[in-house]
Design a protein around this ligand. Structure first.
Ligand code: NDP
Length: 496
């Protein structure tokens, strides 16, 4: 089948980005369709919550086993619809599975009822906290990691006891459908549903009255999502892109740094929110690093065959952005050490390494989301830190250094840092993932990710009568003097 076969106006095609072939056709769900899905989810959420942590863990782990046992089938679909090599799809799936396993196994410990200290003034109280599911969570997913990224929301939201209505990107709906269909093999209730369509369908999800909305995508759309959600005061978690810096310190293992920068920058065709986009290498190691990086980049190749290092650009319109950034960098005096403007060969972009690019050019300031890396020579680590932090984004960063990694990490203003490895923070299920500034707010993954999809309920219970009754109009006559004495004794000393 080719791209342009007649189909009803209420449907759209998902295409193989490498060949243009139709992978499958999907409904463009209307606002009414979305409202119906949310209404179904609301009922299912009650059932899902009643399963308790134990029941949900059992069902989520059954789902995990189905995904794991059909790994090859799923990776092949991911290759077809997203374009990434199957080995990358397998890596993405493995990570997503581990997160699902962790979320399902940890929900009770993180969210379940626990006693907390009651303080001195309320010493007669038994104080407890527990985290309650919101009810229905709406998830709007991206196309670049069409399994790992949405499951970073969905696994955690489900484990916390929510029903989920999922709108995958219009570029990867078949992958979203595979996830929902396999879940339905385990859970017959509509606890996890799919809606499909374009931005308007996503917008309908924002205004549908879901109890929380999780968005991953561009900052511009993130702002639109937040504005739409504000009408119903729907809370949001916003995971946008980044312009992640990679610092090569004077004591770095240059070979290892170059290898990591290449994978972080070019892997997945550079379509990684926390991918390496700009490198700051200290002068003493700059030449050796650039030489090694260039040598490695020249060995990489975009393509669809098994030997290709990475696949096509999934979203066709991204190619223009990548080209604009390369053109701007070169027009502003940047040097293309590897590749250049003619590396853009739709639907592929071959590796591009740029040096001497001004910091205010789009290639350094804006998210490129392609297989391009800029490298800048810096005086020392201090300058590298200043430039790394001088960005409207603040998602992740990487540092290569034998001894100074932690010291540099402590000065970086971003959500996640990897020292002497790349992207590893996203692989650790217990670590929250997310950014600051234009990279968004809120967290997926880890205990914070579970709490993101629940609200805290605080309960106090009186264990015995208070020695001094203060919360009553019927206070003892000496309440004032006792209070003054108590507060001064407890907290009036020290503090110097
Ligand atoms: P968008 O932010 O436009 O889209 C992300 C998701 O939001 C998609 O599912 C999209 O649906 C949906 N959407 C679009 N408009 C609305 C709306 N008004 N209300 C609700 N949902 C909406 O990103 P793109 O896919 O267009 O990519 C653009 C840029 O975003 C890239 O160049 C890249 O820089 C960045 N990006 C960052 C990602 C990350 O991981 N942080 C992931 C993907 C992109 P549909 O696809 O159907 O339009």
């Amino acid at each position: 089948m080719t791209t342009t076969e007649a189909r009803p106006a209420t449907m759209f095609d998902s295409l193989n980005p490498a060949t243009g072939e139709v992978v499958a056709s999907f409904r463009i769900d209307s606002a009414e369709d979305v409202a119906l899905a949310v209404a179904r989810a609301r009922k299912a959420a009650v059932w899902w919550q009643a399963q308790g942590y134990k029941g949900r863990k059992r069902l989520l782990r059954k789902w995990r086993s189905i995904i794991a046992s059909r790994l090859d089938e799923f990776a092949a679909l991911m290759h077809r619809e997203n374009g990434k090599p199957e080995i990358d799809a397998l890596l993405e799936l493995s990570l997503a599975i581990e997160h699902l396993d962790w979320a399902s196994g940890s929900a009770k410990k993180v969210l379940g009822r626990r006693r907390v200290g009651s303080g001195l003034l309320a010493a007669n109280q038994w104080a407890s906290i527990e985290y309650m599911p919101y009810g229905v969570v709406g998830a709007i997913g991206p196309w670049n990691y069409p399994v790992f990224t949405p499951l970073g929301t969905i696994s955690y939201a489900l484990a916390a006891g929510n029903a989920v209505v999922f709108k995958p990107s219009e570029y990867t709906p078949a992958i979203g459908k595979w996830l929902v269909d396999t879940f339905a093999e385990v859970v017959k209730e509509p606890v996890f549903q799919l809606i499909t369509g374009y931005g308007e369908t996503g917008n309908a999800l924002c205004t549908s009255g879901v109890d929380k909305l999780a968005f991953t995508g561009s900052t511009a759309t993130g702002k639109r999502v937040m504005a739409a959600c504000s009408a119903t005061l729907t809370p949001v978690v916003i995971e946008c892109g980044g312009k992640d810096a990679f610092i090569v310190a004077s004591d770095a293992d240059v070979d290892a740094a170059a290898e990591a920068a290449l994978f972080g920058g070019m892997g997945n065709a550079g379509q990684t929110c926390a991918g390496v986009e700009r490198v700051y290498a200290v002068a003493s190691v700059y030449d050796a690093f650039v030489a090694k990086l260039a040598e490695g980049a020249r060995k990489l190749r975009a393509g669809e065959d098994e030997g290709a290092s990475y696949g096509p650009i999934t979203m066709p319109s991204q190619i223009d952005i990548i080209k604009r950034h390369i053109d701007d960098a070169i027009a502003r005096g940047g040097k293309a050490v590897v590749g250049g403007a003619d590396s853009v060969q739709p639907p592929y972009v071959q590796p591009v390494i740029l040096t001497d690019v001004p910091e205010d050019s789009s290639a350094v300031a804006e998210e490129t989301f392609g297989p391009t890396i800029t490298v800048k020579k810096v005086r020392d680590e201090r300058e590298a830190i200043e430039l790394a932090n001088d960005s409207r984004y603040g998602l992740g960063a990487t540092i290569y250094s034998a001894k100074k990694g932690r010291e540099i990490a402590d000065q970086l203003s971003c959500g996640c840092v990897a020292i002497n490895s790349v992207l590893s923070f996203a692989m650790v299920p217990e670590l929250p993932f997310g950014g600051v500034r234009d990279s968004g707010f809120g967290r997926i993954h880890g205990a914070d990710g579970l709490r993101e999809f629940s609200w805290p309920r605080s309960v106090t219970s009186t264990r015995f009568p208070a020695p001094i009754k203060l919360a009553t109009f019927d206070r003892p006559a000496n309440a004032r003097s006792l209070t003054v004495k108590l507060v001064k004794t407890l907290w009036g000393r020290g503090g110097k």
